[in-house]
Design a protein around this ligand. Structure first.
Ligand code: NDP
Length: 418
């Protein structure tokens, strides 16, 4: 791979020429990379070795009523059924008065891991006497946060093993997700720990297990809105509650239950320029907080209603990172009327619960494939090589055959072209 040495130093155009010259690309493929590079001057500054823009579809989800306020939710996803399911779940909840949410706190956690500690208990006790000084050092490292009424709030010491401790720092990061601000503060604290407290620092970085940044959403559905085909609303509610119980009992089911929740949350996280890996890792760590991986949401029958609840860590931002850089993020914030990180937290918790309701509703009534595959048919037909104008008629003839596989899609396309 010598020909690609210092690829990052080359101009965008030179990189594509180099790929072509080395037979990595045919001319059609090079042309596609060039055509798709719609924002090359900006994105070349965001990632290393940039070659093109990989775009994902964006759509809007409707019917969200959250704390008596209506929201239109921009969602970015490649999965065909996500947006329709989100709107369906939200519409059911809207009929029942909407979501209510609760913000618990909004602090980001970071860790300085200290190794080779002789007496962990003694070292922690000593560190505690240094907390006021260390908090001041953390704040000095990012003073603008204090001006915004944020900043370092507290420290705690946790003994991880006989010789390893974690010094945890909690910071109010205001409207940002805060990873970089936190890391700057932690490194300043780590430096002092090494220089004057003589601790041996292994590493310092934020924790994505954002237990101090939790948000909950709740909804309460009367049975009658859940009726489906030959099932009464009460029967559907009972089945949803039981499916939720299974997700508490069985990690195999819980992982899929939570994937459905994250289908919606990730789509909003991406549309709002946030870090979906951070939200994913935090959500799954939180799902395993009891020692067993469980569903993030619960549904139960209470006082004649189906009551759904979700709590997730939601360290999101409305400024910072790529949020101010990617032009579409500002448009999406405007579409959704989201003005603060707290508001975005409430929205993503509600979206997660709506998405989960739609998935469970489909699963316990007509099965997931009915709605899902109807939307997947379009993707199947496109993958079979259909041109855009051929998609709808071929989907229609495929639907009539009742078949849902790639071979049948190809055959339907061939028949259409005859
Ligand atoms: P930034 O580093 O961009 O910091 C936030 C910026 O927003 C600061 O420049 C701050 O200005 C500015 N700002 C303006 N108004 C406000 C306000 N009201 N409240 C807070 N800040 C404000 O972003 P983050 O620190 O949020 O870091 C997020 C990025 O870090 C993401 O891209 C993420 O992917 C990445 N990251 C994630 C990691 C992880 O999850 N493990 C690890 C490392 C990075 P000022 O400087 O004046 O305070």
């Amino acid at each position: 791979m010598r020909e690609f040495v210092k690829f990052y130093q080359k101009k965008w155009d030179e990189r594509l020429q180099l790929l072509r010259k080395n037979d990595c690309l045919k001319s059609m493929e090079e042309a596609l990379l060039r055509k798709q590079a719609i924002n090359f001057s900006l994105n070349d500054t965001i990632v290393e070795n940039y070659i093109t823009d990989y775009t994902l579809p964006e759509g809007l989800s409707f019917h969200y009523l959250i704390d008596n306020q209506k929201y239109i939710i921009p969602m970015v996803t490649e999965e065909p059924s996500v947006i329709a399911a989100s709107s369906h779940g939200a519409a059911l909840v809207e009929k029942a008065g909407g979501f209510t949410t609760e913000l618990h706190e909004r602090l980001l956690l970071g860790q300085v891991i200290i190794e080779k500690v002789q007496d962990a208990q003694k070292f922690c006790s000593y560190l505690e006497t240094q907390f006021p000084r260390l908090l001041e050092i953390a704040n000095q490292a990012h003073p603008s946060l204090l001006r915004r009424k944020g900043g370092a709030r507290w420290l705690r010491c946790r003994i991880l093993s006989a010789h390893i401790i974690s010094l945890d720092l909690a910071v109010d990061v205001r409207e940002a997700m805060g990873a970089n601000m936190m890391n700057t503060m932690l490194e300043a604290v780590a430096q002092v720990l090494e220089q004057s407290i003589k601790g041996q620092v292994l590493l310092s970085v934020l924790s994505n297990y954002a237990t101090e940044c939790l948000v909950s959403a709740k909804c309460k559905l009367p049975f009658n809105i859940l009726e489906k085909n030959n099932l009464s609303g009460k029967q559907v509610a009972d089945k949803i509650a039981l499916a939720s119980r299974v997700a508490q009992l069985d990690p195999y089911r819980a992982a899929t239950h939570n994937k459905g929740i994250m289908n919606g949350i990730d789509a909003v996280i991406i549309a709002t320029g946030n870090d979906w890996r951070a939200i994913e890792s935090g959500a799954h760590a939180f799902a395993a907080r009891s020692g067993q991986y469980r569903g993030l949401s619960t549904w139960e029958i209470k006082d004649g209603y189906l009551v759904g609840k979700i709590t997730i860590p939601a360290p999101v931002g409305v400024v910072g990172g790529s949020i101010g850089i990617v032009p579409l993020v500002a448009v999406n914030q405007k579409l959704a009327h989201i003005k603060s990180a707290r508001e975005l937290e409430k929205v993503i918790a509600s979206v997660g619960l709506a998405q989960n309701l739609a998935a469970l509703y489909a699963l316990v009534t007509e099965g997931i494939q009915h709605g899902h595959m109807n939307l997947q048919l379009k993707s199947l037909v496109l993958a079979a090589g259909a041109h855009l104008e051929e998609v709808l008629p071929v989907v229609e003839s495929l639907r009539k055959t009742g078949k849902r596989d790639a071979g049948s899609a190809k055959k339907a396309l061939q028949d259409y072209r005859k």
